[in-house]
Design a protein around this ligand. Sequence first.
Ligand code: PMT
Length: 361
Amino acid sequence: MATPSLGDMSPADAESVYFNEYPPPKALPKHEALARAFIDRHVEANRRVVLVTSGGTTVPLEAQTVRFIDNFSAGTRGATSAEYFLQEGYAVIFLHRQYSLLPYSRHYSHSTNCFLDFMDEAPASDSTQSDHGPIVVRDEYQHQMRDVLRKYRYAKQNNLLLLLPFTTVSEYMFELRSLAKLMRPLGPNALFYLAAAVSDFFIPRSRMAEHKIQSSELPAHLDKDSAVEPDDIYTGENEEQPSQRKKLVINLDPVPKFLHRLVDGWAPDGSMVVSFKLETDPSLLVYKARTALQRYSHHLVIGNLLSTRKWEVVFITPDPPHERWLRVPKARRSKSISGVEDQVGLAEAKKKSDGSAPTPE
Ligand code: PMT
């Protein structure tokens, strides 16, 4: 009898099958210890804590990974939003794709905004008798950089920002589940802001090649991964050059949608859950965002299109007005690195003290 796919199981069954398939990420115990201490501190201070997820997850094709499928996201939305949450008095757990953009440093790490272009070497002072002057920030950037530096320092010195990295989709899922459960003592002071671009398809661990998939035939005694062929990942023969090169055909399973489990099981009672929906076809966006809100019964879906995501988003809420577009006026678009967050801030996603869905201002 065929094994049921994860998509056909109840959310609770899919959870136990999925999480049993993978070993927890090596960094999980360390991340949990850091998160526990961070959360305890903010529970004590009665401060609101938001878990911001940011960046794209990967799907490895091999256990010892050389190749992987990636999801689009630079981390701009998450990193920018985190800054606004901090400004609004939240403590932020920033669960991000390793090496994607981070709050505050994102202002200086774009290839078009290299931090080195902001610096200069000042003349050496006479007293040092050295020909090496101190490195300084160029005059024209002093004001802007001081502002970013002060906010960054404030967040760090007051333990308001916890940075936790992930790479693969299974690492993301383990981290999300653990963090949501650890956040339970926060109750209604917890907010989930899920801006990460999470893979929808993956290769189950049991069907994954251990070693780098070969693109040419190996002698039988060296072909260690032949057991996973031909249905799951297989390298079929190329008709044109049968003896040399092989095609790669990948058979992916759907990743269970754990938003269900987050809302109904992992997250604290009374907490607020905001998810994002990315589409490329404008005619699908509102429909898909509404469907997600109905299916997972959370508080807000923020929809965006790949091509216009920096300038417009749509808020889909259970209560009227149900659909609300926020747009950056054309004249102001080129001045903003990060777009819509810099214009509307996160007043939009601020939880009302009664725990209901936010009312866009
Ligand atoms: O980082 P930038 O370059 O600024 O780009 C930002 C962004 C476009 C990536 C961001 O604004 C955005 O839209 N992120 C969500 C992308 C998306 O469409 O995700 P999704 O449809 O795969 O998932 C929707 C929600 O379901 C997500 O909140 C996710 O947490 C959740 N999910 C997804 C997959 C899965 N298997 N289980 C889930 O629970």
